[in-house]
Design a protein around this ligand. Structure first.
Ligand SMILES: C[S@@+](CC[C@H](N)C(=O)[O-])C[C@H]1O[C@@H](n2cnc3c(N)ncnc32)[C@H](O)[C@@H]1O
Length: 261
């Protein structure tokens, strides 16, 4: 999401916060997704998945007892990361408030899973047959339409082992941040991880969004001093990615929070 704020900010400035979902749907319906769409999965996420997915690692696609892990990408847009996570062995779910985005993500996934492009993979250690040549080696891909803050999109109150946030928190009005943190924690299994590619870190947080500047915001929300103060999660990693989308090069950070048991 660059700062073509004439379009993005003006879409939201006269809407109530409760109506922001309609604003995002309108942007999709009027063909404005190029304002944020990067055209491929995040290299930073690919690298961290591949570097922390050895057998006992937190980002391995299977639990120690052999269950395939479930991953969620809220505000997944065209679903690049959903497909990539499936190709790395996770059952991957994308959530979008926009019906148009869900349709575009389904079309992208159908095409991409037929002949996955090299951009889905980095140079990390391989697990078994990786890149997967058989569909059985991949996880499922499913796109759900709904509001992240509601519960009606989830099958049987589904919980996840990995949730990925990129340009989702920064898309939400700051008054929704505490609710974002609570909802994230409620969606994670114990020991599940929230992976945040923090962007934009270079934007003054006092300026209007979206995107809203997030420097310090994830930590404030998720550290043991955040949410309820009861230490619901622990930050396991905080690193500057070597590869990331060009717009965040040199400023993006990756943080990984585990939900405490
Ligand atoms: C800035 S875009 C980023 C999309 C995607 N992460 C990407 O990098 O291309 C934010 C996305 O979040 C979706 N979104 C906004 N609010 C949402 C909500 N409450 N629940 C689900 N999706 C939402 C929008 O439709 C939009 O596609």
């Amino acid at each position: 999401m660059s700062f073509r704020k004439g379009v993005l900010i003006s879409e939201f400035e006269d809407r109530s916060v409760q109506d922001h979902g309609s604003g995002w749907s309108n942007l999709w319906d009027t063909g404005k997704s190029d304002l944020w769409d990067r055209g491929k999965p995040s290299p930073a996420l690919i690298d961290i998945i591949e570097n922390y997915s050895r057998s006992e690692d937190i980002l391995h696609p299977f639990t120690p007892d052999g269950r395939r892990k479930k991953a969620l990408v809220p505000g997944c847009g065209r679903g690049y990361e959903v497909v990539m996570l499936s190709l790395h062995g996770f059952d991957a779910y994308g959530l979008e408030v926009s019906a148009t985005a869900v349709a575009e993500a389904k079309a992208y996934a159908t095409k991409e899973l037929t002949a996955p492009q090299a951009y889905n993979f980095g140079h990390g250690p391989k697990i078994g047959d990786w890149p997967p040549t058989h569909s059985a080696d991949r996880g499922v891909v499913e796109f759900l339409q709904g509001d992240f803050f509601a519960t009606d999109w989830s099958h049987n109150d589904m919980k996840f082992d990995l949730v990925y946030d990129y340009t989702f928190l920064c898309a939400l009005h700051p008054t929704r941040r505490a609710a974002w943190a609570e909802r994230m924690m409620s969606l994670l299994n114990p020991r599940g991880v929230l992976v945040c590619l923090e962007f934009p870190m270079y934007k003054d947080p006092s300026l209007p969004g979206p995107p809203w500047g997030v420097k310090g915001v994830y930590w404030d929300l998720l550290s043991s001093r955040g949410i309820t103060g009861s230490g619901e999660c622990t930050r396991l990693l905080y690193i500057q990615p070597q590869r990331t989308h060009e717009i965040g090069m040199g400023t993006d950070m990756i943080s990984v929070y585990a939900r405490n048991e």
